[in-house]
Ligand binder design. Sequence first.
Ligand code: FPP
Length: 233
Amino acid sequence: MTDKVTPRHIAFIMDGNGRWAKKRLLPRKAGHRQGVKALEKVVDACEKRGVEMVTFYAFSTENWARPQDEIDALFAMVAEFADTRLKEYVQRGLRILFIGDLTPLPQKTRDACTRIVEAAKGNKGMIVCIALNYGGRDEIVRAVRTLLQSGLKDVDVETLSDCMYTGGLPDPDVIVRSSGEKRLSNFMLWQAAYSEFVFRDELWPDFDEKIIDAVLEEYASRDRRYGSVKRLN
Ligand code: FPP
């Protein structure tokens, strides 16, 4: 059970893996590998604290501009993660969701993602959502295209929301970005309408349980008014 001030959904923009590696004279992929470890700590911490859904921005529609060996390493990590840690999450009852267009991903990665989503069906625990080849603008365009194809002549907020990858799921109450950068970078543009933003200076690979508690404390201190005048959470 979540209390009134525990966010239902926290979304993370995992930034700073490259800088973490550079500081240690390591290749960028070493930073991503450490980033996966941080992601695991964050999943455990959020589950323990009763969060219902966590989303991680792992690969954006713009990340294809990175060097090919970094892209290959990232997708290999995702496949390995799906076959190992995500399997363990499924065994402990967590739900798994991927958002984004998985079509251009390497076949091995896509298959691993499909298998794990299938295996998690029927689970009732926290949702672990991973954004892969995800872009907020792309998501909105796809949603509009779906509506056009359905022949609908009119649209409202609810109908469009239902056509997003996250249709039927809660919008992020809070979006957290690491590494001191303060922008959304095409992440959850539609869903972020009333999200709180927390910007942390720590690089993503340094994220841990203590930082999650600091984020939760910061969130609890915010006055969410949704355009109204009184606090609603
Ligand atoms: C941003 O840091 C990070 C990414 C674009 C990738 C994030 C991916 C992971 C943490 C691994 C995902 C894997 C799984 C299994 C979900 P950056 O590389 O842009 O860092 P920089 O700004 O310091 O260069």
